[in-house]
Ligand binder design. Structure first.
Ligand code: HEM
Length: 475
């Protein structure tokens, strides 16, 4: 970012006709930064720079658009909550439509509102409590695969674990094997998506016979065929039978839009939502768990406290929905890990009308970026921000800070629908594995956070597995 360090590269806050822009970068992003940003998906250094130089708000120009970076909790609340009706999702994320159609992540109102209304009960705290047993079984199966003294790639292991969990809870165990068989497809899609999203006219590019694009199309077709066949096989079931099955897909198929037409979801809507939930719930949790194991390996005191809590709460028995609320320190560890390494590291919105934030006034079609990664590490809001301190997440500490200083799951009408699920999955998986193993980081590869769709480790993360010691009847 050396190019931005000269003072004449900056512009002060300015009034342009009826618009009032905050300070920012004078020139459009230079070509090298554009190339770096678009092709490697690494805007974090740019956001860090804007935050360091300008503080709470800054703007820059990129490919003909005005982009505003906001790092102020009150203004973030304006964008996500108070003035949310003036925004839609930013176009970069909307490009995911090539894969997710009009699912919850990519759709705008009124489609989004309706889909959210139908899907919400399936994610209700009480409803998802029923998945605790499946989460613990999957975590136990992962732990069973390891041997004392063995070295594992924890990032890969956590991907397998969360894929297993999402496959079982979303589709039921009958089809888990089929779903796991598309793991390579999902990974291909996630990998290629980062590359494809850089194309300005993506929809057109999708028909081109270039190798990466053809591979994307093939993987998408396989995934589609699998989801379509699972949906078709359940269409013959009555609403009551669907409700009794208990998996997320059946719950979504049984759900009706009671507030409006009383209709359920069409096959296309179900397909879009199922793929959305599948992808949203897979990599995010896997990365959160991976970073948590890494941070625990670097912070033995916090790790010791967590292990002691797990021993005391579980007493050698299996983790359950009843033990979950008692695993308070484990939950704080997970929370602190998502502060330092938020899986959803940034969010974007595009204004659809005039928007005012404090003294600033922006026209329609301005792009706004908010970054959990930057906010969660801002020295204005966090004491010694880079230190790993789970105690930051006691109920008292949470109540004392502004809402949008810590927001790994976003906020407002588009807040993560899977949040309760993710907390339960994270805490129960950590506790189940910690009951049995200690994981020691082996510095074979550098630890670098890569900002892709989610914040993931760029290189494999090797951990040596050692026995936790006394495990009584858990084994
Ligand atoms: C640690 C794990 C997770 C994190 C950090 C996370 C984070 C987020 C964030 C920040 C958003 C809002 C994005 C925005 O407003 O632009 C979001 C939306 C969403 N998440 Fe999650 N998520 C996680 C796990 C899950 C899980 C487990 C599921 C499903 C089982 C899920 C399903 C969704 C869906 C469907 C949306 C779109 C909601 C809407 O727009 O109405 N997420 N997530």
């Amino acid at each position: 970012m050396r190019d931005f360090e000269r003072e004449d590269d900056y512009v002060a806050a300015a009034t342009l006709g009826e618009w009032r822009l905050p300070p920012g970068l004078k020139r459009a992003l230079p070509y090298y930064a554009l190339r770096k940003w678009v092709s490697f998906g690494e805007p974090i250094p740019l956001f860090e720079h804007l935050h360091q130089v300008f503080g709470r708000i800054a703007h820059y120009r990129f490919m003909g658009s005005t982009i505003v970076f906001v790092n102020d909790p009150a203004w973030i609340e304006e964008i996500l909550v108070n003035q949310s009706a003036s925004f839609v999702r930013e176009r970069t994320l909307k490009r995911m439509k090539i894969l997710l159609g009009e699912g919850l992540i990519t759709s705008d109102d009124p489609i989004h509102l309706r889909q959210r209304r139908i899907a919400a009960p399936a994610f209700h705290r009480q409803r998802i409590a029923g998945y605790a047993g499946q989460i613990v079984d999957s975590a136990k199966a992962a732990a069973d695969r390891w041997n004392a003294g063995e070295e594992i790639d924890i990032a890969d292991e956590m991907m397998q674990l969360s894929l297993h969990i999402v496959a079982r809870t979303l589709f039921d165990s009958e089809v888990t094997a089929d779903v796991l068989s598309v793991r390579d497809e999902v990974n291909t899609i996630m990998g290629l998506y980062n590359f494809l999203v850089a194309f300005p006219r993506l929809e057109r590019v999708l028909h081109w016979p270039i190798p990466g694009v053809m591979q994307f199309r093939r993987s998408r077709a396989r995934l589609d065929a699998l989801v379509a066949s699972i949906i078709a096989s359940r269409r013959s079931l009555s609403r009551q039978q669907l409700e009794q099955r208990g998996d997320l897909l059946s719950t979504l198929m049984a759900a009706r839009d009671e507030e409006a037409t009383g209709a359920g979801m069409s096959d296309t809507q179900l397909r879009d939502e199922v793929l959305t939930i599948f992808l949203a719930g897979y990599e995010t949790v896997a990365n959160a768990l991976t970073w948590t194991w890494y941070l625990l390996s670097q912070n033995p005191e916090a790790a010791g406290r967590m292990y002691a809590e797990v021993d005391q709460v579980l007493g050698g028995g299996v983790a359950t929905m009843q033990s979950y609320p008692q695993l308070k320190y484990t939950e704080m560890v997970f929370a602190e890990s998502m502060r330092l390494y938020p899986p959803a590291w940034a969010m974007g919105r595009q204004s659809t009308r005039t928007v005012e934030l404090g003294p600033y006034r922006f026209p329609s079609d301005t792009h706004f970026f908010i970054s959990q990664y930057i906010m969660h590490r801002s020295p204005e809001f966090w004491d010694d921000p880079l230190a790993f301190r789970p105690e930051r997440h006691t109920p008292e500490a949470k109540a004392a800070r502004p809402r949008f200083v810590y927001f790994p799951f976003g906020g407002g009408n588009r807040q993560c629908i899977g949040e309760s699920f993710a907390w339960m999955e994270g805490v129960l998986s950590l506790a189940t594995i910690a009951q049995r193993w200690r994981l020691h980081f082996v510095p074979k590869h550098p630890v670098v956070a890569q900002a892709r769709i989610t914040l993931r480790p760029e290189f494999p993360m090797t951990m040596r597995v050692e026995s936790a010691g006394n495990q009584s009847d858990y084994l």
